[in-house]
Design a protein around this ligand. Structure first.
Ligand code: SAH
Length: 349
């Protein structure tokens, strides 16, 4: 079975060509898949029965299926999906006061092996297709609102689940263009945030895109010595090169770069490091997101205590850089990056 989701209107036209139907059928199929989030070919009653039957013989809208859903006491819902080839990936629904956020995976597993991240422990599996990235959004929205229903309020997407989005550049950008199409899912590009560990050529490519998400950089260390250890990708593109790419990145009106900083107890959370962080970000239109570490028994890290995080935040703010503390969500359902799929894999083997 081949997946239809992730195809552009032009590609759907090609797909339908052997079926010898008028060209408006491709537009109808596009509308059903992207505007209505209808993932059952049989239920696309706008299309003639014969076409539906013929299509369904070789095609499926998405092969992604929900394996399990974990509901947190704070409203966070974590979805474990089965993708083709037996791969498992995850997405998280995070309701907030004024909007909802969906955290998406871009790869199954991750090749970066950041020391503190469970997806790193899981190791590398494969890139997700554009369709698999879009399907995470569609399936979660259908679960929340029902098929064909518009979300009741704003939805933000963050590419902060499993994987390094800039190492799956072509498929991620294709997914983003389709997600942003007003004729389709109609999500605003300013409501999507892509988070990278620092793939410098990818940042430079993103700078040239006519439609592109907001950019977040996972910094988490202020010296190459420490960052080399925590985020081995730093050996390839060290801090100077990463920050140079940030400085030449063309920001839009009211856009800022977000720098994520995972707060690791006794490792990167001293006052000296707060001051060094401010020095590194000097002259950049930036904000800092301090992320309390979400621990796993498999990894030897602890979160900095809240008192330390508050002091670190105050020091950064005092020097004029906006700094926020990300509220931990879904801790009771293992809501840290990669935890769920990693656990599922461990328990299966
Ligand atoms: N590869 C990309 C996107 C996925 S990770 C990146 O590195 O940005 C998304 C964010 O989650 C990163 O900022 C990462 O540092 C953070 N993260 C990973 N494991 C975490 C954990 N256990 N607790 C808190 N944050 C974590």
């Amino acid at each position: 079975m081949t997946e239809l989701l992730g195809q552009t209107l032009g590609e759907l036209g090609e797909t339908l060509r052997p079926f010898d139907v008028p060209s408006y059928r491709a537009r109808q199929l596009y509308y059903e898949m992207y505007k209505r989030r209808n993932y059952e070919i049989e239920a696309m009653t706008e299309l003639p029965k014969s076409l539906r039957a013929a299509l369904a013989e070789r095609w499926t809208v998405t092969a992604l299926s929900v394996v399990s859903v974990f509901q947190s006491t704070d409203g966070t819902r974590r979805y474990l999906f089965q993708a083709s080839g037996g791969t498992q990936i995850e997405a998280v629904w995070i309701p907030e006061a004024d909007r909802d956020t969906i955290c998406l995976s871009t790869q199954a597993g991750c090749p970066l092996a950041c020391q503190f991240c469970m997806t790193g422990v899981l190791g590398w599996q494969r890139n997700l297709t554009a369709g698999e990235i879009i399907a995470q959004v569609g399936v979660v929205l259908n679960d929340q609102y029902g098929v064909g229903r518009r979300p009741a309020r704003g939805v933000n997407l963050v590419l902060m689940g499993m994987g390094e989005p800039l190492l799956n550049y072509v498929r991620v950008m294709k997914a983003i263009r389709l997600l942003c199409d007003p004729q389709g899912m109609g999500i605003s590009q300013r409501r999507i945030t892509l988070s990278t560990a620092g793939v410098v050529p990818g940042i430079d490519d993103l700078a040239k895109e006519p439609i592109r998400p907001e950019l977040a950089i996972s910094l988490s260390a202020t010296t190459n010595a420490l960052r080399d250890q925590l985020i081995p990708l730093n050996k390839r593109w060290p801090l100077e090169e990463l920050l140079a790419a940030c400085r030449r990145y063309p920001l839009r009106r009211r856009e800022r770069l977000t720098f994520e900083y995972v707060m690791l107890d006794g490792i990167n959370d001293s006052d000296r490091e707060a001051d060094q962080l401010v020095r590194l970000l000097q002259g950049l239109r930036a904000k800092v997101n301090l992320i309390p570490y979400n621990p796993s028994p498999e990894l030897p890290f602890r979160s900095s205590p809240m008192k330390r995080i508050l002091q670190f935040q105050a020091r950064v703010r005092a020097r004029g850089i906006p700094a926020f503390i990300r509220t931990p969500r879904g801790r009771d359902i293992d809501a840290a990056c990669g935890q769920l799929a990693a656990r599922a894999t461990v328990s299966c083997s």
